[in-house]
Each structure stands twice: as structure tokens, then as C-alpha cells.
Write a protein that binds this ligand. Structure first.
Ligand SMILES: Cc1cc2nc3c(=O)[nH]c(=O)nc-3n(C[C@H](O)[C@H](O)[C@H](O)COP(=O)(O)OP(=O)(O)OC[C@H]3O[C@@H](n4cnc5c(N)ncnc54)[C@H](O)[C@@H]3O)c2cc1C
Length: 234
């Protein structure tokens, strides 16, 4: 038995599993992008995009491009060109907790996931799902829910250190939204990842890049063309 684990009926062990330190990866990629000159960190404003039909200019910095890809997460809801898609924000919370004595040899998952943190003895516990309307101020409902679920995984005492929140870009049919805008050939979307962006985005980014370079077709399951009928002009 694993130290600290409540598992009266045993469990299943998945070999080859793991977890990604997303914040550290994104920070490292941003450093690389800025050093190599392919990333500028600033707020993008759609009103500054001007197209002559084949290519596009973005006034700040005088950028010229063949493609613009909207990858704003749930903020794509506010993009003037994609408001017609069935994208809904879904709010989620995770807790960082200290559980002295709980095994760090694995990610635990039963009712909640419990992922070993960078600091020994600390774990991330997730996650909640909330649909709009969201409470204006974070209450303690998420904390109570996650602490209750953690208590089902371990009988050890734990301390809640902090709570983090995020918004998932959820889609009606729970599939990502990739591909071209129905009327603006220079514009594409890379989004709708819901609760699976970390696992899906790397492979699907490659797919969209190959598609925009005319090297492949988009997979129908993720192609936003399945919603073209919702586009008001069609
Ligand atoms: C609590 C929680 C737990 C999760 N757990 C998992 C998990 O275990 N595994 C998994 O695969 N997924 C998980 N997800 C889902 C995952 O986080 C999302 O699917 C993913 O973040 C979506 O990626 P994205 O790049 O489309 O959007 P985002 O990650 O939201 O990134 C969009 C970025 O665009 C920026 N942006 C928006 N508008 C502008 C603008 N105008 N100018 C400049 N920048 C702009 C935003 O600031 C943001 O940095 C979880 C989500 C939550 C909330």
C-alpha cells in the first residue's frame, strides 16, 4: 500500500503516466521566443488588423503576415470575428496543499487528481467545473469541494496553501475548434480546448500549421467548419 493513501478496494496503476509543469514550460518558451525574435508580449487588438484580401498588416510594429491565428483561449468569445461559435467559458479551481507523509511517487486520481508539487510534501488538487454566471468574488465553495474530495483520497491531515482559478474555453460538442473563418481567408482559430488544452494543443498546433501550409487536411472532428452553418452571413 502507498503511504497515506485511502484505497480500501485497491486500485489500478497506469505505467508511463506523468504531469507537465505548464507554467515553467510556458515561461521557458516565452523566454526563447523573445530571445529569437518570434514573440512580442503585448495586448493584441483586432481593430489594428488591416487586410487587403491576400495578406494582413498589424499596425503596431508594422507587421505583415499571410495568416492571423486567434489563440486567445476563452477570450476568443470577445473576438469580433468568432463570437458566432458555440464557445462558453467554464471556470475551474485547483488547490495547492501540504500533505506531510503522502506518497509523492505517483499522481493519484479518484474523485480528484493529486499531483506532486515542486516542493516536497506539497500537491496540486483539482479541479472544479462551474458554468456562468460566475460569482463575482471567489467564495469558499471550490475550496470546500476540493478539500472534501482530497479527504476521500488520503486520511492524512492537510493544509490548504492557496487556490488558483482559470477559465476553460468549452465547446458545445466538447471538441476543439480549429480552422479558417468562413469569410476571411487570412484568419484562423486555434481554440475550444475545454479541459484538455494541455494534452491536445501540441499535436493540434502542428496539424493547424501543416493545414495552413497546404500540407494536410484538418481532422473533421476538430474542424470548426462543422459550425459554419451558425455563421450569420451564410
Ligand atoms: C482548473 C483547470 C484545470 C485544468 N487542468 C487541465 C489538465 O489537467 N489537462 C489539460 O489538458 N488541460 C487542463 N485544463 C485546460 C487547459 O488549461 C485549457 O484547455 C488551455 O489553457 C486552453 O489553452 P488556450 O491556449 O486555448 O487558452 P489559454 O491557456 O487561456 O491561453 C490564451 C492566452 O491568450 C492570452 N490572450 C487573450 N487575449 C489576448 C489579447 N487580446 N492579446 C494578447 N494575449 C491575449 C491570454 O492572456 C492567455 O495567456 C485545465 C483548466 C483549468 C481552468
Amino acid at each position: 500500500a502507498l503511504p497515506g493513501l485511502v484505497a480500501p478496494f485497491g486500485g489500478a496503476w497506469l505505467r508511463g503516466g506523468g504531469h507537465l509543469r505548464v507554467a515553467a514550460l510556458l515561461a521557458a518558451l516565452a523566454r526563447q521566443g523573445k530571445a529569437e525574435g518570434w514573440l512580442r508580449e503585448e495586448t493584441f487588438t483586432w481593430e489594428h488588423v488591416v487586410s487587403d484580401g491576400t495578406s494582413v498588416t498589424y499596425a503596431p510594429g508594422g507587421l505583415r503576415a499571410r495568416h492571423v491565428v486567434c489563440c486567445q483561449g476563452a477570450a476568443a468569445l470577445a473576438c469580433p470575428h468568432f463570437a458566432w461559435l458555440p464557445l462558453t467559458p467554464n471556470q475551474g479551481a485547483v488547490l495547492d496543499v501540504a500533505v506531510p507523509g503522502l506518497s509523492t511517487a505517483q499522481v493519484l486520481n479518484r474523485g480528484a487528481y493529486v499531483v506532486p508539487g515542486v516542493v516536497p510534501g506539497q500537491f496540486r488538487v483539482g479541479a472544479t467545473y462551474r458554468w456562468p454566471p460566475f460569482a463575482p468574488e471567489p467564495g469558499d465553495a471550490d475550496q470546500r469541494e476540493l478539500a472534501g474530495r482530497l479527504a476521500g483520497v488520503t486520511a492524512l491531515p492537510f493544509e490548504v496553501l492557496s487556490e488558483q482559478r482559470g477559465v476553460r474555453p468549452a465547446v458545445r460538442d466538447r471538441r476543439p475548434l480549429l480552422g479558417r473563418h468562413p469569410a476571411l481567408p487570412w484568419l484562423s482559430l486555434f481554440g475550444g480546448f475545454g479541459s484538455k488544452g494541455v494534452s491536445l494543443a501540441p499535436r493540434l498546433a502542428l496539424l493547424l500549421a501543416d493545414y495552413l501550409d497546404n500540407r494536410c487536411e484538418l481532422w473533421p472532428d476538430v474542424n470548426l467548419a462543422r459550425y459554419y452553418k451558425l455563421y450569420p452571413a451564410s
